[in-house]
Ligand binder design. Structure first.
Ligand code: T1G
Length: 697
């Protein structure tokens, strides 16, 4: 009978002769919350005092070894004992202590292993230092112990990329002492016995010196100053890794200070909001319950979106029947899918064998009738309501009872589409974002009559495709495109009123957007926006200032952006350059409208752009199109290149405050009272002093 004593609810000690096993059991990922930290400390102190154990082995129960500190504690007052203190006590213990790691040993989890005197990996293990993805740095010795074991370049690579490192690479680089198969407890007993038998060498990591590599440190610091000037943690990481030349106490002091500095930044708050938001956004009642089968997918349309959606489904192991109306279109679709999959292989996202298996699951066809046996159809044809109505009218009779009929429409009324069938309960919107096999957002649009299990199946599909599913209600543009349509006008007004397109782009890229709005237009194709403006022309509100003149005149020249070699920018061999013809067009439009250009600072541009985005985002939450502010944030982080370290538009809004936002809108309204209106919800929040975070609960 094993001799097991509970140190606390999450930590136990098992004795087997001279061997002591410490087991961590804190589902779901054994995060080192306060109870775990205290239990680890007490367990080691008890074994030191008892002094009968000649070797100690730490392992974890469940699906993974420790996956890090408990992120839910961040931003709250820290509770002793601190992780670095616990790990130093482990490292300084005279009794050999080893770690057996399985699953994903990340952040504070890997750091626990590094503080022990030998590390055993179990096959399938992945290790990493992902703290940078949370706006932090490895704060429990990772920046001091990885350099000593694996060198400065590896320490910089792991802590700046946050990437997962395979067990094999960890072994090769010296982070692991062994890589074996087996169950953690069994492996722990064998490894502990090997320590006793002198077959497994143990050492204190910080007894080692870090091999000097000033060039790696200096080159990395210089690169970060150019590429990640807008981020905070990466620069602190280089400082801390450089401190690993020093004795442990001094090095850990610099690491700790860097960690605390990072903890104070809004970037840490934004990145952790995004981390939990990605999980919480689809953790809703609508995503739970019965679902329908999802094995066979039909995709109608082999264009950019259709082939991207088909690629995404194939990469997830689903079978796809791709439908086009003509052979050349079908061939193009298959070629695009093949190219997408080959790209995934070259980026290391999938193996060549999996690529071949995926292609074997693709069956192209020219007839809608071949969709009779699919479980779910995703229509991804031209953004025209008549075309969509015609297709859904046919699917209504072709598809088997219970098959789900989805439209990838990015704007149009899903209820109107559903009304073309006598099975509206089977209809919903599944709005993918281009490129659909890369972008993680999936807006799941609930029709008035969409059945609960159909909606839940939409979320199940998102999970299968490793996408972030966000529930949206029907309106023009759902969540993301509706808000985009509003704030895009601000960019147009700024250009009409004095800013150049590249100034607007540069200011917003300085804020953290991957690309400014004019570069995005050029990339997407300016003809799409042009077609939308023409589609909406008849119904445009005459009281609204029209901002499309410049873009219209650019499109009238046949300049649609990258696809035609020029738009707002000219695309050649090197980096895109501002199109000088556009400046002439802008001057012409200003002259025609009698506009005297004014100067805008970068901050003016950011403030106006973000205030417009926040105002419409508030209305989207207010009218229920989005369930919570969190949902809007995740739409923008995962679908619109919104800087992740700012957490999303409404998380960012909380850093400004509702009162200041209301003041700004009222100030801007003096220029254009129709466009700048204060949402009632924002007014209420300003009056009550509440935040969008309060609405996420
Ligand atoms: N703390 C608290 N909760 C966590 C957590 C963590 N570290 N990691 C995951 N969870 C929750 C998650 O919110 C979800 O909860 C559930 O566990 C399952 O997660 C000092 C400062 C480990 C690869 O950044 O990457 O250590 O939604 O859905 O897809 O230097 O979780 O079910 O309520 O993601 O199988 C560093 C973050 C922390 C790792 C598993 N560590 N986690 O993925 O499950 S900072 C990380 C992950 C740190 C030290 C520093 C993944 C995973 P719920 P999941 P999964």
């Amino acid at each position: 009978m094993a001799d097991v004593t509970k140190v606390n609810d999450l930590i136990s000690i098992e004795r087997s002769g001279d061997i002591a096993l410490i087991c961590i059991d804190n589902p779901p990922v054994n995060a080192t919350g306060q109870v775990v930290r205290q239990g680890l400390l007490d367990a080691v102190e008890q074994l030191k005092a008892d002094d009968t154990a000649k070797v100690i082995a730490i392992y974890a129960a469940g699906r993974t070894f420790v996956a890090g500190a408990d992120i839910r504690e961040f931003g709250k007052p820290s509770q002793p004992p601190s992780l670095p203190d616990v790990y130093n006590i482990i490292e300084d213990c005279q009794t050999p202590i080893i770690a057996i790691m399985h699953g994903t040993a990340l952040g504070g989890g890997l750091e626990l292993g590094l503080a022990t005197h030998a590390r055993i990996g179990i096959e399938g293990l992945r290790v990493g230092l992902p703290e940078v993805n949370l706006g932090l740095l490895p704060g429990a010795g990772g920046t001091q112990r990885v350099p000593r074991l694996a060198g400065i370049p590896m320490a910089l690579d792991m802590s700046l990329s946050g990437r997962m490192v395979s067990a094999k690479e960890a072994l090769d680089k010296g982070l692991l002492d062994r890589l074996v198969a087996g169950e953690p407890r069994d492996v722990a007993l064998v490894a502990a016995q090997d320590v006793l038998d002198g077959k497994l060498t143990t050492r204190h990591t910080c007894d080692l010196d870090t091999p000097r590599d000033d060039k790696a440190l200096d080159d990395t610091a210089a690169m970060l100053k150019v590429k990640q000037a807008h981020l905070f943690a990466p620069h602190k990481i280089v400082e801390a890794v450089r401190a690993s030349y020093l004795p442990r106490t001094e090095g850990l002091k610099i690491e700790r200070q860097g960690f605390l500095d990072c903890m104070q930044t809004p970037q840490r708050s934004g990145l952790i909001h995004a981390f939990f938001g990605e999980r919480a956004v689809s953790n809703i009642p609508e995503a739970k319950g019965d679902t329908r089968p999802l094995a066979k997918i039909g995709v109608i349309g082999g264009g950019t979106m259709g082939s991207g959606i088909a690629t995404s489904c194939l990469m997830a192991g689903l079978s796809v029947r791709l439908i086009e109306v003509a052979q050349d279109g079908l061939d193009r679709g298959v070629a695009t899918i093949t190219k997408n999959l080959e790209g995934a292989v070259s980026r290391g996202k999938m193996s060549a064998a999996k690529k071949d298996a995926a292609l074997a699951n693709l069956s192209p066809s020219l007839g809608l009738d071949d969709l009779a046996d699919v479980d779910l159809v995703i229509e991804a044809v031209f953004e025209n309501m008549d075309v969509k109505k015609d297709i859904f009218g046919k699917l209504n009779t072709i598809c088997k009872p219970g098959a789900i009929l989805a439209s990838n429409t990015s704007y149009l009324d899903v209820n109107e589409i559903a009304a073309c069938t006598d099975r509206p309960q089977d209809v919903l919107g599944l709005h993918f974002f281009s490129p659909a096999h890369v972008m993680r957002l999936l807006e799941i649009v609930q029709g008035a009559k969409t059945a609960p299990d159909v909606l839940a199946t939409g979320f199940a599909l998102a999970k299968t495709l490793k996408k972030v599913g966000v529930l949206a209600q029907v309106c023009d543009g759902f969540i993301g495109n509706r808000i985009l349509s509003h704030y895009a006008k601000t960019a147009a007004y700024l250009v009409l009123d004095g800013a150049s397109p590249q100034h607007v782009d540069n200011a917003l890229e300085g804020f953290g957007f991957a690309m400014g709005p004019h570069k995005v237009s050029d990339l997407a194709g300016m003809d799409i926006g042009w077609a939308n403006r023409k589609r909406l022309a008849a119904t445009r509100d005459p009281a609204e200032r029209y901002g499309g003149d410049v873009a219209d005149r650019i499109c009238e020249q046949g300049w649609y952006g990258r696809k035609t070699g020029q738009g707002y920018y000219i695309y050649g061999q090197g980096a895109p350059v501002p199109n000088p013809e556009v400046a002439t067009i802008i001057d012409g439009v200003r002259a025609d409208k009698g506009i005297t250009p004014q100067d805008f600072t970068d901050q003016d541009i950011v403030d106006r752009y973000m205030t417009a985005m926040i105002a419409e985002a508030t209305r989207v939450v207010e009218d229920g199109t989005a369930k919570r502010p969190l949902d809007v944030d995740m739409v923008f982080v995962f679908g619109y290149g919104f800087p992740r370290h700012r957490g999303g538009p409404l998380h960012y809004a909380d850093t400004i405050g509702a009162a200041e936002l209301v003041r700004r809108i009222k100030e801007y309204a003096k220029e254009d009272a129709h466009y700048w209106q204060v949402p009632a919800l924002l007014e209420k929040m300003a009056a009550e002093g509440t935040k969008f975070a309060d609405l996420n609960k």
